[in-house]
Design a protein around this ligand. Structure first.
Ligand SMILES: *[C@@H]1O[C@H](CO)[C@@H](O)[C@H](O)[C@H]1NC(C)=O
Length: 321
């Protein structure tokens, strides 16, 4: 996982160029086939060739372009195909269009040109695939029940056994939002940009278990959590909890660190080794910070993998969420 992550960072520079080059090459083929007066066939061929070329090509290229392996791409196709209209355009092509949009922030206009569909059709495919994927939500994003096993990271020999009942960590993340003038104030966050504040819980394996979307950037993390618990269906099983930072009130279901003690890992690292943990609360906070960090890393991977989150198109807000 870690290796893959580094690899992705190194290649971030060139892979969107690679998509462009591939598409340009295919459009050249396309223009030759136009001489044979087969615009209709040629049109469906562009997308078919493109997708097929990538799925059967080098595994890393597929991963870079679609942000998933070809195996996962095919599995996802099977899961969503029954909710799509595939009479004229295949599931594979529609999913490819969707993934180029969310994975690289490719605009609808650009995709329309590259895949030779109208912008309306492209946006239609995008929305259909989005809806189909959202319908899988309950299958993949769920809080485990109280019988869930203790994760090895907090297991008996981990040094973190104190947190043995932790399911993972929660935090809020600000995702860029594009909103109308009269809404701007509400969406203005403390960091000074317009955003949607998203609350998420993830496991120690970096899998999302709960997500609350749509809240405006000015909403506080605690307010969103309160909503999630009261109305948003966020049910943490009895006896289990998530780790949360200072922005959240300490409760039996969300353990936050001790105030007035160092918390950030850098604060500990600055101290000499022999006096790193002056009080037992320091040690608690240090272990807590190390474990809670999984949510930061998960957000990091999410933003890296789906570029649209940093380059939000002017979609309806509902679609953005
Ligand atoms: C948070 O609450 C839990 C249980 O209610 C308690 O055991 C823990 O000591 C509290 N943590 C802090 C930092 O106060």
């Amino acid at each position: 996982m870690e290796d893959l992550f580094l690899w992705m960072m190194e290649d971030e520079m060139w892979f969107s160029d690679a998509v462009d080059m591939l598409l340009v090459a295919m459009l050249k083929d396309e223009s030759t086939s136009l001489h044979f007066k087969q615009p209709q066939n040629a049109r469906s061929l562009v997308g078919f060739q493109f997708v097929n070329d990538i799925l059967t090509g080098h595994p890393m290229r597929c991963y870079n372009i679609f942000r998933m392996t070809s195996t996962n791409f095919r599995i996802l196709c099977q899961k969503i195909s029954s909710s799509l209209n595939t009479k004229k355009t295949s599931t594979e092509e529609q999913l490819a269009i969707f993934l180029l949009c969310v994975g690289h922030g490719c605009s609808i206009q650009k995709l329309a040109g590259d895949f030779q569909h109208s912008a309306e059709s492209i946006y239609g495919f995008f929305k259909d695939v989005l809806k189909a994927i959202l319908s899988l939500h309950d299958e993949y994003i769920k809080v485990p029940d109280s019988s869930a096993g203790v994760h090895p990271l907090v297991g008996p020999n981990s040094g973190n056994y104190l947190f043995k009942d932790a399911l993972g960590a929660i935090d809020g993340i600000h995702i860029q939002a594009v909103v109308k003038e009269d809404n701007m104030e509400r969406f203005h966050n403390r960091k000074g940009f317009l955003s949607q504040n998203v609350l998420a819980a993830c496991s120690f394996d970096m899998l999302f278990q709960y997500v609350a979307v749509g809240w405006e950037g000015s909403a506080s993390d605690m307010r969103i959590l309160r909503w999630a618990l009261e109305e948003g269906g966020f049910d943490v099983p009895t006896g289990r909890y998530y780790l949360a930072d200072f922005g959240y009130t300490n409760t039996s279901k969300f353990l936050s660190p001790y105030k007035n003690h160092p918390y950030h890992l850098a604060q500990f690292n600055r101290r000499p080794r022999s006096s790193r943990f002056v009080a037992s609360e320091d040690l608690y906070n240090h272990r807590h910070a190390q474990l809670r960090n999984v949510i930061e890393r998960t957000f990091g991977v999410l933003k890296m993998r789906f570029k649209v989150l940093d380059r939000m198109p002017k979609f309806q807000y509902r679609i953005q969420t």
